[in-house]
Design a binder for this molecule. Structure first.
Ligand code: ADP
Ligand code: MG
Length: 699
């Protein structure tokens, strides 16, 4: 890749994009398909054969021999099963075939995917069905067809189905609201998303030498390195050559897949980095983020590294999240969250803003749940990540506007100022109207909201399902009021005043990391869920079931199945971690420390053979401390193993998850403290795995 490659030429070259469709499909078929892609209209089954054949011919030119329906079961990762285009023909020959039927419908066996109880009641059959709104692409010799995944009886078994339904609901209610506001032109509203992705890179050999990284993707032991992130010298620091080469290769792969990777930089923690793409429609943004994560993982080893997507790979330094930037755009090219020069007079903006605030306040529990996972529990509420409590940061200007709307007083517009740096050769720059608040979990950032709670390894679909549906509900409620209003202006200002007043508790501009905020949030009646299981328990609260069923996003059955899967995933992840800790302790760490202790005593014996009674204070002290710690660690490992067994045997997923939370995780912490104490006393030569210092600084 040393000679310059034409990026416009490679961009999207592996994607069956609008351009490719136009070139390869008859005009009427193209028009019909693009109508489905852009306006979400029902696909005309009559065109499927033509599209399938064009896709196949195009994909074969790119080296494809197979096709696969690509879907998002509730495992959190994507799934695929490949079938070749090859079909037997006369005289022992073969032809390449791909029919409309194969494009539209697939039938993977659903029995081994999580169904959260749906399977007990229904058959194991599962169906995948083509999602034309997310483009097909070629990867590793296969044509990938984005699909939804459902059970024999039509219950969704994936994340894409409810996402598409939520996008639909938002569109329907949004257009209704805009009509009520007097807009006659907009016929489609699309939620847009840009997901900033954080990740760590560690040396591949170091990764393999640690069972915790290998099995769990995060360290379960590790004394802090002598240097952490205190100097802030990694943030935006110069990229190390290996990292830079990785990022470059990653960009090329993503561009080829039509993913507009835009920004890359070093993050705060040593070995931590970030990638941000240009935003696009939510459906595609979700697929693109999943591909981005996949390519990060698969490319790192080519550069002698491994990519860690876990939310908290290392204790004591920053974890990784995903900033879900979210906004709404219209088919007439407007961003509904763009305040314009005079936001106080921008009725449409204020109405949409009010709708988002109401949605986030009413469904703060669901948003919290959408970011709740075993891995993210170690991050949320730490001192670097957003807290586990949902609140909204608007910035000074919007806060003042909201205040004046609540008070019913007149608002004086502020003009943005220029900053004068006092340098003659440097142009003066216009100041943003507000500074940023990095501690807010849900912040307005100029023309979009940034939801910062989502964990780095999570599928962003769920957060967007919640956002879209909750905002659709606000839109519907507002439209109900405005459509019937006799005096529209009065009704609107009353609606806005009332909404901002009723939901002002969710607005917070202070430091969300502080302990005082937690107290205040409780006093304000905001939901405070410190752990994932606490949050999950509320998923099927009546108001939440009502929300999702009202808009046809999820049925109560589908919600119950997801609720069960939340708990199941949680307990399985913590279970694997607990068992990994026990195994590392008993089979690797204790034997290594024991050897070191033996070496120390042999050294004393050897010395005293030469000089009787030679001093051995160091050895004696270290042997004493390590011997005690070895026994304690051994006991702690046994206690942990027993607690894990008990938690695992609970009757329901929920009970089991709660047992892991309350009875296993504290035992993991106890064992860790013993092991970390041994680490700092044990010779490097004997310690059986790379240390925090190696992992975070050796790349
Ligand atoms: P910031 O400086 O506030 O982080 P950037 O312009 O760097 O803003 O954007 C951060 C992320 O937000 C990018 O992934 C970008 O594509 C995304 N983004 C920008 N505008 C929108 C929008 N209207 N809708 C969704 N995401 C957006
Ligand atoms: Mg940002």
């Amino acid at each position: 890749m040393d000679k310059a490659v034409s990026i416009p030429e490679i961009f999207g070259s592996a994607v069956f994009s609008e351009d490719v469709m136009r070139q390869t499909l008859p005009p009427d078929v193209f028009a019909s398909l693009i109508n489905t892609v852009e306006n979400g209209t029902e696909i005309d089954p009559g065109i499927a054969d033509v599209v399938a054949s064009a896709m196949k011919d195009w994909a074969i030119k790119l080296g494809a021999t197979h096709f696969t329906h690509w879907f998002q079961p509730l495992t959190g990762v994507t799934a695929e099963k490949h079938d070749s285009f090859v079909s037997p023909a006369e005289h022992g020959r073969a032809i390449m075939e791909f029919s409309g039927k194969e494009l539209i419908k697939g039938e993977p066996d659903a029995s081994s995917f999580p169904s959260g109880g749906l399977r007990a009641t229904f058959e194991a059959r599962g169906y995948t069905s083509w999602d034309p709104a997310s483009f097909a692409f070629v990867k590793d010799g296969s044509l990938y067809i984005p699909t939804v995944f459902c059970s024999y009886t039509g219950e969704s078994l994936d994340t894409k189905t409810p996402l598409l339904r939520s996008i639909d609901a938002l569109n329907t209610e949004g257009v209704r609201l805009l009509r009520a506001l007097g807009d006659k032109e907009v016929s489609r509203i699309t939620p847009t998303v840009g997901a900033e992705q954080e990740y760590f890179l560690v040396d591949a050999d170091d990764f393999k030498a640690r069972k915790d990284l290998f099995f769990c993707g995060r360290t379960l032991f590790g004394a802090p390195a002598v240097k952490g992130q205190e100097l802030d010298d990694h943030y935006f620091g110069a990229l190390r050559p290996k990292v830079s080469a990785f990022m470059k290769a990653l960009d090329y792969e993503l561009w080829t897949l039509g993913i507009c990777s835009k920004t890359k930089h070093n993050e705060v923690a040593p070995a931590q980095h970030e990638l941000a793409p240009v935003f696009c429609s939510t459906n595609r943004a979700v697929d693109q983020n999943l591909l981005t994560m996949e390519y990060m993982k698969r490319l790192a080893p080519k550069f002698g590294m491994e990519c860690l997507l876990a939310e908290k790979p290392f204790d004591g330094i920053n974890g990784s999240g995903k900033h879900n930037n979210w906004s709404l755009s219209t088919d007439t090219g407007r961003n509904l969250l763009k305040p314009g020069r005079r936001p106080a007079e921008n009725k449409e903006f204020l109405t949409v803003l009010a709708a988002v605030i109401k949605a986030v306040d009413d469904y703060q529990d669901l948003l919290r749940i959408s970011a709740a996972s075993a891995g993210n529990d170690h991050r949320l509420g730490g001192n670097e990540a957003p807290p586990a409590i949902i609140s909204i940061f608007l910035g000074e200007e919007l806060e003042d506007i909201v205040d004046s709307l609540i008070a019913g007083s007149k608002y004086e517009n502020r003009e943005s100022k220029y900053m004068t740096l006092g340098l003659r050769s440097v142009p003066n720059i216009r100041q943003d109207k507000t500074d940023r608040n990095r501690t807010s979990p849900f912040a307005f950032t100029g023309n979009k909201f940034e939801f910062r709670m989502v964990g780095s390894s999570q599928n962003i679909a769920f957060a967007n399902i919640v956002l879209n549906t909750a905002v659709a509900k606000s839109f519907a409620d507002f439209a109900d009021v405005l459509e019937g209003a006799k005096d529209f202006d009065a009704a609107l200002s009353e609606l806005l005043g009332k909404t901002f007043r009723d939901h002002s508790r969710i607005l917070f501009s202070g430091n969300s990391y502080s302990a005082e905020w937690e107290k205040e949030a409780k006093a304000r009646g905001l939901s405070v869920f410190k752990s994932a299981p606490e949050a999950y328990a509320h998923f099927t609260d009546e108001k939440n079931v009502k929300l999702f069923s009202k808009f046809g996003v999820m049925t109560e059955t589908e919600m119950n199945s997801r609720r069960s899967i939340f708990f199941e995933n949680y307990r399985k992840i913590v279970g694997i971690e607990a068992r990994t800790m026990v195994e590392m302790t008993v089979r690797d760490i204790l034997p290594a420390v024991s050897k070191y202790v033996t070496a120390l005593s042999e050294s004393v014996t050897a010395r005293r053979a030469v000089i009787a009674g030679a001093p051995a204070a160091m050895e004696e002290e270290v042997i004493g401390k390590l011997s005690a710690l070895m026994s304690e660690a051994y006991d702690a490992a046994n206690v942990l193993a027993a607690a894990e067994k008990t938690a695992c045997s609970k009757a329901t997923e929920e009970d089991s998850a709660n047992a892991y939370l309350t009875a296993v995780i504290p035992k993991m912490a106890e064992l860790r403290s013993k092991v970390d104490a041994m680490e700092v006393l044990t010779s490097r030569e004997y310690w059986p795995m790379p240390t925090y210092g190696d992992l975070t600084f050796r790349v």
